[in-house]
Design a protein around this ligand. Structure first.
Ligand SMILES: *Cc1c(COP(=O)(O)O)cnc(C)c1O
Length: 427
């Protein structure tokens, strides 16, 4: 960035100038964010859209009552929400209408897609019984895979890869049924190129489930074009859907008829109210969810998605790279003497939306920063994670953050006693 703009030293004025030119600057006003803080935790929990307040009030005051009086025995628009919201998310992940459902949690959706993938593979490739995951995947993904294996009485084996370069060696055994990968790594922020990975996996007759939690809403994803099989992701991170908001799942249309939800219930049944003693799945994508969903929380997801409708992911990605470039360069210029080691790749092709730094006092620095109004995220071990959501982070916020880090380090604030309390890490 320095070279590009022919600036010798990055300064505050330069950051203000970047904000002035920023096409997304007006979107910050869509969010509730105190002026006194810089919020860099958008990949853990997105900021609150202003519209959420009125929508919740409206829902409670009108829709609930209306449902009592009008909707019980007629078409229920609430049951269409998982699909309607899914169609909006489809536009962010390179999917078509009627391929995405918003329902349940990411963890549950992993279990569901794993069930579906292995049911397909048991028919097509009964000899394949290995599930591949990344050793340093978010632990919840690993727990789900292990509980799946436990549930199937050890019929499958979990094998770990260190990174995607290990994949080929495992696939070559011909025993791999399913591979589960995160597009952007939760810790390192490394971005994977999904097309070539999908191709490699398919060459060996395996299927792939992509975890998009750290990439949806920050990077233009092309699921259909890349010929992925399944994908899952959160709505409460970059999509700003609200704490605990339901997740989404995408299933390649070619598996619509073979997808099998492990929890057979009425919502994924062909005729929900039939008193039958056998189960027959729904013919459409409603078979991806078994029961009613939390409607108020679903409605809040809409507030976040409506903001995305005002821009596009190419502009978001462009600003995301500008923000992270600026942070990297400012950290070198202002904090070069303080032992921060960037563990996120610098190359744009493999960089996601957040940056992670290693530092021996990462936890204490994070605490000291939060007292100064900079909210960053601590990760085991000794990692500080900074997420730059382009919808509400400004270039001046990047400048201010680096200045705060510099002050913490110069004043040795991380040595202050209370910051040495036991680590409690939030995800
Ligand atoms: C946030 C996150 C999850 C979260 O799953 P929940 O079911 O919402 O708890 C899963 N995987 C990754 C990579 C994440 O970043």
């Amino acid at each position: 960035m320095l070279m590009e703009f022919n600036v010798k030293v990055l300064n505050q004025k330069y950051c203000v100038a970047l904000d002035d030119k920023d096409e997304l600057q007006h979107l910050k006003g869509e969010f509730v964010l105190p002026n006194s803080i810089v919020y860099l935790g958008g990949n853990a929990l997105g900021a609150r859209p202003k519209s959420s307040n009125a929508l919740t009030q409206q829902f409670i005051a009108h829709e609930w009552d209306e449902k009592l009086t009008h909707h019980l025995n007629t078409d229920d628009h609430h049951t269409e929400l998982p699909r309607d919201l899914g169609n909006k998310i489809a536009q962010l992940i390179g999917a078509e209408n009627d391929e995405v459902m918003v329902a349940d949690s990411t963890a549950l959706n992993l279990f569901k897609t794993l069930t579906a993938a292995l049911k397909i593979q048991t028919k097509e490739h009964p000899e394949a019984n290995v599930i591949i995951a990344e050793r340093d995947a978010l632990p919840t993904d690993i727990h789900i895979i292990q509980s799946f294996i436990e549930f199937h009485q050890q019929l499958y084996t979990l094998e770990f890869i260190e990174d995607e370069y290990d994949l080929e060696q495992h696939l070559a055994t011909g025993k791999v049924a399913v591979v589960i990968l995160s597009q952007v790594h939760h810790c390192t922020g490394r971005l994977k190129e999904i097309s070539t990975i999908n191709e490699l996996i398919h060459q060996h007759s395996a299927l792939v489930i992509w975890d998009l939690c750290q990439s949806v809403g920050i990077y233009p994803i092309q699921l259909n074009q890349s010929q992925a099989d399944f994908a899952i992701g959160c709505t409460y991170k970059y999509l700003n859907g609200g704490p605990g908001a339901p997740a989404f799942l995408w299933v390649n249309a070619k598996y619509l008829k073979t997808f099998w939800d492990p929890l057979n219930a009425w919502n994924n049944h062909k005729n929900p109210l039939d008193l039958l003693d056998f189960y027959e799945p729904f013919t459409g994508q409603k078979r991806y969810m078994s029961a009613h969903q939390p409607i108020i929380s679903m409605r809040l997801i809409e507030c976040g998605l409506n903001i995305f409708a005002k821009t596009n992911l190419e502009s978001i990605r462009h600003k995301s790279l500008q923000l992270t470039d600026l942070f990297i360069e400012l950290m070198e210029q202002e904090c070069g003497d303080f032992d921060f080691e960037l563990i996120t790749p610098r190359e744009h092709q493999v960089r996601g939306g957040h940056l992670s730094y290693n530092h021996p006092f990462a936890y204490e620095i994070c605490q000291a920063l939060s007292v100064r109004g900079v909210i960053a995220d601590y990760r085991e071990t000794d990692i500080i994670r900074f997420a730059f959501s382009p919808l509400y982070i400004r270039f001046i916020d990047v400048w201010n953050t680096v200045q705060q880090i510099k002050s913490v380090m110069q004043n040795v604030e991380w040595q202050i006693k209370p910051y040495h309390v036991a680590h409690t890490v939030q995800y």
